[in-house]
Design a protein. Structure first.
Length: 43
């Protein structure tokens, strides 16, 4: 498993946590990418 150590002050960590906890916004480009046929799918 890949692991990373993030070193930041309390204010930065709080902002980081808010970003992780925020609801995901719709992103049409990502949806298009995720819905297209995968190269490894044979069907």
């Amino acid at each position: 498993m890949d692991r990373r150590v993030l070193v930041m002050d309390d204010r930065s960590f709080e902002a980081f946590e808010r970003a992780l906890e925020a609801p995901i916004e719709d992103n049409p480009c990502v949806m298009k990418l995720m819905n297209r046929k995968k190269r490894w799918d044979k069907t």
